[in-house]
Design a protein. Sequence first.
Length: 342
Amino acid sequence: MTRILQLGTRYPLIQAPMVGVQDARLALAVSAAGALGSLPAATLDAEKLASELDLLHASGLPCNVNFFCHTTPVIDPHVEARWRECLAPYFEELGLDVNSLPTGNGRRPFDETAATLVERYRPAVVSFHFGLPAEALLMRVKASGAKILSTATTVAEAQWLDRHGVDAVIAQGLEAGGHRGHFLSTDVRLQSRMLPLVQAIVQAVSVPVIAAGGIATADDVRAAMAAGACAVQVGTAFLLCTEATTGSLHRARLKDIDAPTTLTNLITGGLARGLFNRLIREKGPVSELAPAFPAAAEAVSLLRRHAEARGRDDFTTMWSGTRRDGCREVAATEIVRTLMTS
């Protein structure tokens, strides 16, 4: 039996939060169209996040703000040295000094500052990736009145989230683009495609289940709902929208709907699905040399910026799900309308 989740929206559709390819503008457009727009907060400092939340709050529309809950890794100088050695030929090719690269993580897990902003702006929904924050922080989010969602890639993760007080579980199938939300085990052999995952999780938890991964058409939405999902979360279909900030090189590659995707850890250190670039073809897609998420990102980001300035996507982050047939260069409201056509 499908459990109901009240999102305060006309449609049971959530736009997936997508770091690096969107800001509040896409979230607002989706919410204005009757679905739930989402703002990714993982790479925003406090000032930028407050600025984005100002825009969402002023609209009066329901929105979702998404945070990461990863454990920040301790920088191991030996691991960092091996990673730089692996990437050194690319740095040399671009005329860069790999040894001048600062160490850093680039993505902050949910913390006291983020909790304070949630309390100030009171978004309708707060979602988490890589589990949940510490209990004291989670209680502050609950006290703000926000509905709490988090991602599960397995039944065990969904049951853990259910026990720890989420209002709904996002069942992330293997088709989904971007980072895998796993937090109990990183073994993808334990994970499955969206439809069987939704069906299994619905039977295993007491809260509503949201389907994510491989949803590109209205038929896909209906299939997910028939499997027991109360709503769907869609990302890739919005990547070419006029309101998205997706870069031109990424946009060009997304238009090839037959191009293969892969799971790779070379971009950030965390396993994520995207289109092949030169780095992934030559070094991966998965390498034991990559530091733990998100420590690998600093070096690759520098390579990306310099290569893109020359019109090359050799190191470009090009997250994409396995399905791009719903990805079109139209306004976000048109994507919402198409997906929700009965």
